[in-house]
Design a protein around this ligand. Structure first.
Ligand code: SGN
Ligand code: CA
Length: 534
């Protein structure tokens, strides 16, 4: 009798498994400002990220994934709506997201999925279409962060990357209805500026030395006004207190030794720097401060002893190392935590039926062209990491160089979940690429449009078209400059060949194509004008 019941139970359990199996779970992992150069699946030179790499090893690595507008909140709005910035209205980090826009989590929720979002959203309002959420207010804090919850706000003691993972795992394990498929958005704040690691990683990475990129000492000859006037150079715009973690007392004590000390204090040459020196540190409790101080003491002693003896080239190298130590330390925590979540999926037999995506809201400069930050259509900020695992659908260990974008996520997830795709979404489902059916993918070029200017880092407004071989860009607003890059012959994008007679035909055909793309995506001069005044 007991045996009979047991078999009956097995059959029923098996059936309900099957029903669930038809609809895959989605685990969307996104970090903030994570450069593909800092993922070992892409580049071995800076850091090992074994857990993130696992997603590509067991799935697909995209080498030409990009964003449509390389800045935080606009990228998130593109992802959630499947529409370009000029259509969803979120063109820059400034005004709040228009919550009358339809986002894909709402469609998942309506279709019976369990939905949740944990971490950084940066919309200025709460997410719609999620059963549960806990998000950072604005940029959020690295240490003992405050969160906005569905029911109430809370401050959680600890390091932000660990905490976002804890709440994600808690929801997966204890809070969701396990009879339904889930769509989870697990969104890290790291490695965003000012790159504050956990105390342990801070100590570990302070001892490391990293290779400099070829273009660290770029003088921007060969490019236009936009590259020359951007304020994101490591030597001239990165701030000693806020970014390099030099204490005010160290600077005070060096005041007489160092004539440019005022500028070192964070008063950048052109515009005042961010307030809140060592903001994250000031949120730490005594125990946390004690741990951070061990490394801060070493950094400050080194700065005090060696800085006055350095020339500009050495100062650039010193600041680059400090930058990499902290930036990569925050990524090491992200990687550890991604490992925790992947292990949870394995241990709970969820891996097989879950699409795991790892991406960033955009790329980032790790010293290329002497820069930090993003915004430009140039490769390091235009491209973004993308690794996708979907067992039985994606062949493990595969790579795709198709021109895919963050614009494509919404449609991809909806198709995977067999939910109707609204006809006004502007991307394409990536599923044919996942399945290796590249003949069903015919996109050759993508459209880009960046707006946030004048603003921090002073990157001028521009739009452009990119295909595998070329990149054509129009900088506008207070300039009217065109640039063309030959991506195959000049992968570092050092030479604008727009006026080179050898490229006349390319310029002509790409300009036509660019205007076709603007038409296709419903962007226009009138809209550019509208966004200048709004
Ligand atoms: C802050 C940062 C900038 C960064 C913007 C946008 N300064 O203002 O360096 O470009 O955010 O970043 S900070 O020193 O205060 O961190 S985004 O990822 O939100 O778009
Ligand atoms: Ca970002």
């Amino acid at each position: 009798m007991i045996k009979k019941f047991f078999f009956l139970f097995l059959i029923i359990a098996g059936c309900s498994e099957n029903i669930n199996n038809q609809k895959p779970n989605i685990l969307f992992i996104m970090s903030d400002d994570h450069a593909y150069q800092a993922i070992s699946a892409y580049d071995q030179r800076l850091i090992k990220t074994p857990n993130i790499d696992r997603i590509a090893k067991e799935g697909m690595l995209f080498t030409n994934a990009s964003v449509t507008n390389s800045i935080c909140a606009p990228s998130r709005a593109v992802i959630l709506t499947g529409k370009h910035s000029h259509i969803n209205g979120k063109i820059d980090n400034g005004k709040p997201f228009d919550t009358t826009q339809v986002t894909f989590p709402q469609l998942f929720q309506k279709a019976g999925y369990q939905t949740a979002m944990f971490g950084k959203l940066h919309f200025g309002n709460n997410p719609k279409g999620v059963d549960d959420f806990l998000i950072l207010p604005g940029q959020g804090s690295y240490i003992n962060p405050r969160f906005i919850g569905r029911d109430n706000d809370t401050i959680i003691t600890g390091y932000v990357t660990d905490i976002i993972t804890d709440v994600t795992l808690n929801w997966l394990d204890k809070k969701r209805d396990k009879s339904k498929p889930f769509m989870m958005m697990y969104l890290h704040k790291a490695p965003h500026r000012p790159w504050w690691p956990s105390p342990e990683k801070f100590a570990e990475f302070y001892n490391k030395k990293f290779p400099e990129p070829e273009t660290l000492f770029d003088n921007y000859n060969g490019r236009g006004i936009a590259a020359k006037t951007a304020e994101m150079n490591i030597l001239t715009h990165m701030q000693y207190m806020h970014d390099s973690k030099i204490r005010p007392s160290t600077l005070e004590s060096m005041e007489k030794v160092e004539p440019e000390i005022k500028y070192i204090r964070g008063e950048s040459v052109v515009r005042p720097g961010p307030n809140g020196f060592m903001g994250p540190f000031n949120r730490a409790n005594d125990d946390q401060k004690r741990k951070y101080n061990v490394t801060l003491d070493k950094i400050n002693a080194d700065f005090k002893n060696n800085w006055p003896l350095m020339n500009d080239k050495e100062k650039m190298s010193w600041k680059f190392q400090r930058y990499m130590q902290d930036y990569l330390a925050t990524i090491s925590s992200v990687d550890d935590n991604v490992g925790r979540v992947l292990n949870y999926l394995d241990e709970n037999k969820l891996s097989k039926n879950t699409i795991v995506v790892y991406t960033s809201d955009q790329g980032f400069y790790l010293g290329e062209h002497g820069w930090f930050d993003k915004r430009f259509i140039y490769d390091e900020s235009f491209k973004t990491p993308l690794l996708v695992r979907w067992p039985n659908q994606i062949k493990p260990g595969t790579t795709s160089d198709e021109m895919v974008q963050n614009l494509d996520f919404a449609q991809t997830f909806l198709e995977a979940a067999m939910i109707d795709i609204p006809s006004d979404m502007q991307g394409e489902s990536l599923i044919p690429i996942f399945k290796g059916q590249n003949d069903q993918w015919d996109r050759e070029s993508v459209y880009y449009h960046y707006y946030e200017y004048p603003s921090v880092h002073m990157v001028k407004r521009h739009y452009g078209i990119v295909n595998k071989k070329y990149k054509l860009v129009h900088f506008y607003y207070d300039v009217d400059e065109w640039e063309l890059y030959d991506r195959e012959n000049d992968p570092n994008e050092m030479k604008n060949v727009y006026n080179d007679p050898n490229y006349i035909d390319i310029v002509e055909s790409l300009t036509d194509e660019l205007y076709e793309l603007r038409k296709k995506y419903k962007d226009s001069k009138e809209l550019d004008q509208k966004f200048l005044t709004n």
